[in-house]
Design a protein around this ligand. Structure first.
Ligand SMILES: O=C(O)CCC(=O)C(=O)O
Ligand SMILES: [Fe+2]
Length: 285
């Protein structure tokens, strides 16, 4: 069973450093070690109107998405505006603002979770800068999944998110995302309304010495409604060197599993070698 957490208590966001926050950091680590993902309700973070604008029928029927659009660095660039102008030459400011607003909030959420990871492992605060570097760039993917003709094949094949440290996504309520459990079963996720799913990518797996699991996932869509998803990949820049904190290494249970590596070299490697287990082959010891 994939756990579902709430980062609010009594309608108020958990206070950093509070007992509830500490308890939550432990639960987050446990979920990411066992499943590589967790579900999240966090009503506070994205105003309902913004999410509504993102997935509303007016926009969905107009957006001529056939598969996916990727937007680089949405918060700090005019990517959202350029994309909107392309889709709606007559303009659609609410949509453009929704893309930007969602991206910003999801980046905020990502930083919060990464901080929880540092604290949950009891690592010194200086590792916060590692975490910031692992998330110093972002990529947003807007995906539309047509109702499939055959319902037995995945629309998105099983994979781990290789260039991201964490992936956060939400959808329009039409489910279809599945994760592979450690014992080899596909589990269909029920992303809560107004909620998210958080998935560990290869980069964070390597940095955590393989303690956090990069969950393999796929998309299978059935039913007769199109699925839309909004996916935010938090990623390092190519120049970052991933080096496992020595505090996460011990000789008994957690011997060092990955050598230090340059992210740009890893990205190039898997573009040239689109194989499974790329991380293990590239940096595994
Ligand atoms: O759209 C989804 O639910 C998942 C997409 C995904 O796994 C990806 O873009 O890497
Ligand atoms: Fe993915």
């Amino acid at each position: 069973m994939i756990p579902c957490f709430d980062f609010c208590k009594g309608g108020v966001s958990l206070k950093e450093g509070s007992e509830e926050w500490k308890e939550m950091t432990r639960k987050v680590i446990e979920a990411l070690e066992s499943h590589g993902c967790f579900l999240l309700t966090y009503d506070k973070i994205i105003p309902k109107g913004v999410r509504g604008e993102m997935f509303n029928d007016k926009n969905n029927t107009i957006v001529p998405l056939t598969e996916a659009f990727g937007l680089d660095e949405v918060p700090s660039s005019d990517a959202a505006q350029t994309f909107t102008n392309l889709m709606w030459p007559q303009g659609n400011q609410p949509f453009s603002e929704a893309v930007k607003g969602m991206s910003l909030k999801m980046i905020e959420l990502n930083c919060l979770i990464q901080k929880m990871i540092v604290e949950g492992y009891g690592l010194p605060q200086r590792y916060i800068s590692d975490v910031e570097n692992m998330n110093s760039t972002s990529f947003v993917r807007l995906v539309k999944y047509e109702v499939p003709e055959t319902k037995s094949a995945p629309i998105v094949n099983p994979h781990t998110d290789r260039s991201s440290s964490l992936t956060i996504l939400c959808d329009n309520g039409v489910q279809g995302l599945q994760v592979l459990s450690k014992d080899g079963k596909w589990i269909e996720l029920q992303i809560p309304q107004h909620g998210f799913v958080v998935i560990v990518g290869d980069i964070l797996k390597a940095w955590s010495n393989g303690r956090l699991r990069a969950a393999p996932h796929r998309v299978m869509v059935s039913g007769d409604t199109e699925r839309y998803s909004f996916v935010l990949f938090a990623m390092p820049k190519g120049e970052m060197v991933i080096e496992v904190p020595y505090e996460l290494v011990d000789n008994e249970i957690h011997p060092l599993r990955y050598r230090s590596f340059n992210c740009g070299e890893y990205f190039n490697y898997y573009y040239e070698n689109p194989i499974e287990n790329t991380l293990e082959i590239f940096a595994g010891l």
